[in-house]
Design a protein around this ligand. Structure first.
Ligand code: PTJ
Length: 272
């Protein structure tokens, strides 16, 4: 049974509600795992603290990410339910723009979900999708859960792997077997954020259109210059900047005592 809710254009949280509707639709179509809703809620909480906007530390990480894809021998974009439900079109577009393969890799792996994701990616314009064909399956021995199942033509042989909205310990396992890992994660404290080579602390739905623009901007930049750009990148500094921004913002809000301008103050009075 599918339920679609009307979202009034004048609702103060209209964008956020539209994103939630996409997830509910993804759940109804078997694209999203139920736990994907929980994951999203956690992301939303961090996004609130960030002021729901892109900060310079995220832009720097996006640039480093694009440069890494462009310099890679075999970049691979891993696709999970949340990514497919929220931004399949932009994800496929970005993969094509940087010459990356797409591979379905699920934590909550079920045949019907793999099929639904494949369909969604094909509708978004993907030509080849790895991770759905048993014939090419192999495993990463460092992992015990479903994410260990990878495609010989994709993640298994790839050198730079994109894993947005990732759970637990796969990033560490991928690093152990020599892969460079790039993630998007609103939580700078997550294991994935901490273990990745490049961590974009920002919302997936804001990030992908920005990365597509950055890709275009870097079109005519020579390889040597790209390499130099990457050499300056320091992920620890990026994570520190993200946490500092969150801390500063919380301090500022605590000082002001209010976040929503028109909300009543402590004494119940309306602000002007
Ligand atoms: O589709 P599957 O089966 O592969 O499962 C996917 C999920 C996301 C359910 C699975 O990987 C999972 O449980 O992930 P976690 O451990 O909840 O981690 C997801 C991370 O993504 C958390 O750190 C969230 O804060 C973050 N996150 C959630 N929504 C967004 C986000 N980061 C950026 N943009 C978002 N929109």
């Amino acid at each position: 049974m599918s339920e679609k809710h009307e979202i009034p254009d004048d609702h103060p949280r209209v964008e956020s509600l539209r994103v939630r509707e996409k997830l509910i639709e993804g759940l109804n179509k078997n694209i999203l795992a139920k736990a994907g809703l929980i994951a999203h809620g956690r992301g939303e909480a961090f996004d609130y603290i960030l002021g729901e906007k892109t900060h310079s530390f995220a832009t720097k990480a996006m640039e480093a990410g694009i440069v890494s894809f462009l310099l890679a021998d075999s970049p691979v974009f891993s696709v999970n339910g949340n990514v497919a439900a929220l931004a399949a079109n932009e994800y496929v577009q970005l993969a094509q723009a940087v010459g990356a393969s797409l591979e379905i890799n699920l934590f909550y792996r079920r045949a019907e979900r793999v099929k639904a994701l494949k369909e969604r990616l094909l509708n978004a314009g993907a030509k080849t999708i790895f991770g759905a064909d048993e014939q090419y399956q192999t495993t990463i021995p460092e992992l015990s859960h479903s994410r260990r199942i990878v495609d010989k033509r994709g993640i298994f042989q790839g050198d730079v792997i994109f894993v947005p909205l990732e759970d637990g310990n796969r990033t560490k396992a991928l690093r152990k077997i020599g892969k460079k890992v790039i993630t998007i994660d609103l939580n700078p404290l997550s294991r994935t954020a901490q273990w990745s080579n490049i961590t974009i602390v920002d919302n997936l739905v804001r990030v992908l259109p920005k990365m597509i623009k950055i890709r275009k901007k870097l079109s005519n930049v020579p390889k040597e210059k790209l390499k130099a750009l990457l050499e300056q990148y320091d992920n620890v500094q990026i994570l520190k900047a993200a946490l500092r921004t969150m801390k500063d913002r919380l301090e500022e809000l605590a000082e002001r005592g209010r976040f929503i301008e028109e909300a009543p103050g402590m004494n119940g009075s309306q602000s002007s």
